[in-house]
Design a protein around this ligand. Structure first.
Ligand code: PLP
Length: 563
């Protein structure tokens, strides 16, 4: 069956030099489209061009984040097409142009990704900026962007001749306005001026939704008056139950109400979502990463030799158990050396390949608790004294408006001054795709310390596993599924869903983290490296083989797209 899936996402990581993403959501979207291409699905990606990117991060001498625009040249990466469409925002006509980039799969199958662009002479000065900044501007700017993505996206697909789309997949609620355009189409086809409840039923059969946010405050909402002004659709008020709640237009509810299938991004996130939205049927499909993209060169070579079919059949990575330990050790040392070279060059540090190295890189925002490891620096110093030296690598951007996130970065950097000479710490600026690949493959242990249940899934620990890097992580998101203690890595604290008071103080998690390092991880690394290698190999065989975009897409195909 040649069913066509249109995959809409506000951000999408398509190439290292394309600044069309900010973090996890965009990387997942890119990995999904790369998976479409490998499977030769007749999928299509839709996103915005984001000419000025998210932002470039530098860190000043006080440890404070500085932001610069991250311009890039679309013409180097994509082709501008002649088609344009127009949408109406608050009575203004906004013309939208489109760029195409093809994403190629293993056998050369190309999946087109369409990127919308309002920087046109026909538009007002303001409307020209609508596709400039990812997650920039105020609420109104964001509302306009989401109209361009959802409404403009569907119109562009039609203008390009796609009339056979069987599933519209909303990756997070940002693109949920696509449902309004589909409703308008349905009404028009029936010769009516306004859409009806029957149209809602019909459109629902075509739409599927993946939610990514496990806390209510994180859902995208607009004041109803603002949304009514911009959208000018009377039906929004007439069908309040479908579109509104509490004087707000909530993009998550819009997507929930107009989707046939709804999924969270890990099993635990599915449970949390069902608690948050008890009136909806919500399932889950656990995220995965695109294996060929996130496997570092030394491991790619190793797998080519010992598991030659690994790119085509990611499950075969379970045969990592057959690879000689020495070869795995050698591949890891090479990946680690590449990271050490980068650190020593850019941070003027003196890191070496034989010292135990911890990595922590993710969006700097309070719930990720970047400072957990640094809560008790004396204790950390004592660990190094007892077991051997340590190297710690941090990276991650805070959203420009996230003052607290910036304070976390500063706190980590300043607490490093109290470290003994047995521990070196660097905070690498401007975390993005390439650095993500270097860090997830080049450290010895991947650290993750979110405050449950905020980590919907998390994907960097999956990238690490592919490269034989075990995780040491709080049991939240994907790690509840991926952690087999002492086999694929180690847990910090207890299972969130098995403790009575979920508000575990950070002290307790920090305590558990130091204890694991002291009693298990550091002794294994420094006194029994063969034992450590076993964990590395299991991480590949059990988790690298499973938490893949390929497995994720198999589930989407059988349970969501083609059912
Ligand atoms: C993988 C990746 C992420 C996602 O990380 P999480 O573990 O989901 O927090 C974010 N940014 C970059 C650059 C990545 O490569």
């Amino acid at each position: 069956m040649q069913a066509r899936v249109a995959y809409f996402s506000m951000e999408m990581a398509l190439a290292v030099g394309m600044k069309t993403y900010s973090g996890g959501l965009g990387v997942l979207a890119g990995d999904t489209v790369r998976g479409f291409a490998d499977y030769e699905l007749s999928g299509i990606g839709v996103t915005l061009l984001h000419r000025r990117g998210y932002f470039r991060q530098s860190i000043d001498e006080n440890g404070w984040q500085q932001e610069q625009p991250d311009d890039w040249e679309p013409a180097k990466y994509a082709e501008k097409l002649p088609e344009t469409v127009a949408i109406t925002i608050e009575g203004r006509t906004v013309t939208i142009a489109v760029w195409r980039r093809s994403v190629e799969g293993l056998n050369g199958h190309a999946v087109p990704v369409y990127m919308l662009d309002t920087r046109l002479d026909a538009n007002s000065e303001y409307d020209r900026t609508l596709t400039d900044y990812l997650y920039g501007g105020d609420r109104y700017y964001r509302l306009c962007q989401e109209m361009v993505l959802g409404i403009g996206g569907v119109k562009i697909l039609r203008a390009l001749g796609y009339t056979d789309i069987s599933r519209f997949h909303m990756n997070e609620g940002h693109s949920a306005f696509l449902t309004l355009e589909l409703l308008d189409e349905a009404a028009e086809n029936a010769g009516r001026k306004q859409f009806s409840r029957e149209d809602v039923e019909a459109i629902r059969q075509k739409c599927v939704f993946t939610t990514h946010t496990p806390v209510a405050a994180g859902h995208d909402r607009f004041p109803l008056d603002m949304a009514m002004r911009a959208l000018q659709r009377k039906e929004l008020r007439d069908m309040q139950d479908v579109f509104c709640c509490d004087n707000e237009l909530n993009m998550t509810y819009l997507a929930l109400n107009l989707s046939d299938r709804v999924n969270g991004v890990a099993k635990r996130h599915g449970e949390i979502s069902r608690e948050m939205f008890p009136n909806y049927e919500i399932d889950s499909i656990t995220n995965g990463v695109h294996v060929a993209t996130w496997t570092a060169e030394p491991f790619a070579k190793l797998f080519d030799k010992h598991v030659p079919e690994w790119r085509k059949d990611n499950f075969s990575l379970r045969y990592a158990l057959r690879i000689p330990c020495d070869a795995v050790r050698e591949a890891h040392q090479q990946s680690k050396q590449a990271l050490m070279d980068y650190v020593n060059k850019t941070a003027k540090a003196d890191f070496d390949v034989d010292t135990f190295t911890l990595g922590f890189a993710r969006r700097a925002t309070p719930y990720k608790r970047a400072d957990l490891l640094m809560r008790d620096v004396q204790r950390l110093n004592a660990l190094a004294e007892r077991h051997g030296p340590m190297q710690i690598i941090y990276a991650g951007k805070a959203h420009p408006n996230d003052q607290q996130g910036k304070e976390y970065i500063q706190r980590v950097i300043q607490s490093a001054k109290k470290l003994s000479d047995q521990i070196q710490l660097v905070y690498l600026p401007d975390y993005a795709w390439e650095l993500g690949g270097l860090i997830t493959s080049g450290v010895d242990v991947w650290l993750n310390t979110p405050l449950p249940p905020n980590e919907a899934s998390g994907t960097s620990g999956m990238k690490a596993a592919l490269n034989g890097v075990p995780s040491l992580s709080v049991l939240d998101g994907w790690w509840l599924e991926g952690c087999i203690e002492n086999e694929t890595g180690w847990a910090i604290g207890r299972r969130y869903d098995q403790i009575e008071n979920p508000d575990v103080p950070a002290e307790q998690d920090a305590d558990s983290l130091y204890e694991k390092l002291d009693e298990v991880v550091l002794p294994l690394y420094y006194e029994n490296y063969d034992g450590f290698l076993d964990v590395m190999i299991n991480a590949i065989a059990l988790n690298g083989s499973f938490f893949t975009a390929q497995r994720m897409l198999l589930e989407y195909m059988s349970m969501v797209y083609f059912r």
